[in-house]
Design a protein around this ligand. Structure first.
Ligand code: FA5
Length: 339
């Protein structure tokens, strides 16, 4: 028994020395067969025990076996991590990581925002899930009005919707500021149950609102002209067409000259395929209805205002001559990386 214990001690000692000398995974493999192989040190030790052996001795050899296993795996990990360092070649060219960019709609929003900031407008964001009052009733759109057509509007509950326009921001801005002057540009997401080449179910609008004593249509024209020339180019012109909105009186559609035919309606003596008439529709606008001013807590006797609401994706489409608006929200990287 004492002889065997001394032998175990010697084996441990020998293992220490062997491990110190080994430096590669091949060395560790050799040690594994030396100590743990069929004809290895541990098995020979087991076989050399007397038949009715002392159980304590068997236990001591098992502990030795586990110790050898642990030490060998630790050594293997150590040699592998050294090997990895050995093959690190710092002269190999680095991997080129593809670089992303801002989405084209985000870029358009930033461009639009910057144009209006230069004119002194304050950038606003108002709720996308809105109550009936801000979205319709307070904007002079009564319950039975066709503008509430639920074919187009996404209802959340009977009294709340996903906003189909950013005009809800008009009343919210009046409530926030309480008194004129008001000069805001509200850019936000809007939702309608529509989808085709010029419509997407989610799109963005930018809504301008200017209220002060003496504001009239010429101010609306000036801002419209400034935006059109800044965003599309100095050669572009705008015009007003009579229209109807419940929350403005009078109301207009604003058109801008087509960038392809420069407003002539003709390209190489043929009708322009983009606009057909020389003009493209920019969006709705008008003088804020007195009822809306009152609903926002203002007195129409003391102030007046204009408002407009235009589509971000539409102006982007017009500027970049996009054939189909749905491309903007596709995940086609070949299209997106052009911007
Ligand atoms: C309105 O939404 C009015 N609230 C605009 C307004 C504001 C008028 C303030 C007067 C005063 P309209 O429904 O025409 O108007 O939409 C405005 C613009 O949103 C359109 O000219 C178009 O550019 C864009 N638009 C409308 N529906 C979609 C859609 N499904 N996808 C992409 N753009 C759209």
């Amino acid at each position: 028994m004492v002889a065997k214990v001394t032998e175990i001690e010697q084996i441990r000692h020998e293992l220490d020395n062997d491990l110190k000398k080994s430096g590669s995974s091949a060395d560790v493999d050799k040690l594994r067969s030396k100590y743990l192989g069929k004809q290895g040190v541990v098995n020979l030790l087991f076989r050399s025990l007397p038949v009715k052996t002392n159980p304590h001795l068997g236990q001591a050899i098992n502990e030795l076996k586990n110790l050898i296993k642990d030490r060998l795996s630790a050594k293997l990990t150590e040699t592998l991590s050294h090997a990895e360092q050995d093959i690190l070649d710092v002269t190999v060219p680095g991997q080129i990581i593809p670089q992303g960019s801002l989405h084209l709609v985000t870029q358009a929003i930033e461009d639009i925002e910057n144009i209006f900031l230069k004119l002194g407008f304050a950038r606003r964001r108002y709720p996308e899930v809105e109550t009936d009052w801000y979205y319709a009733e307070g904007l002079n759109i009564p319950k039975d009005h066709p503008a509430r057509d639920d074919q187009e509007t996404f209802y959340v509950t009977d009294n709340t919707v996903l906003t189909a326009h950013t005009s809800n921001g008009q009343l919210r801005e009046m409530e926030l500021k309480k008194t004129p002057p008001i000069k805001m540009i509200n850019i936000g997401k809007t939702y309608r149950r529509q989808t085709d080449a010029t419509h997407t179910p989610m799109f963005h609008q930018f809504e301008g609102l200017v209220i002060e004593k003496g504001i009239n249509i010429t101010h609306l024209l000036g801002v419209t002209e400034y935006f059109a020339k800044s965003y599309f180019g100095q050669e572009r012109q705008t015009r007003l067409r009579p229209h109807h909105f419940q929350f403005t009186e009078p109301s207009f559609e604003i058109d801008i000259t087509c960038g392809v035919c420069q407003g002539t309606g003709m390209v190489h003596k043929l009708p322009c395929k983009v606009c057909k008439s020389g003009w493209l529709e920019l969006g709705g606008a008008g003088m804020v209805h007195p009822n809306v001013l009152r609903n926002g807590g203002l007195n129409p006797e003391n102030c007046s205002g204009f408002a407009f609401g235009w589509g971000v994706e539409r102006v982007l489409m017009m500027k970049s001559n996009l054939p189909d608006l749905r491309l903007v929200y596709s995940d086609d990287i070949r299209f997106l990386k052009q911007f």
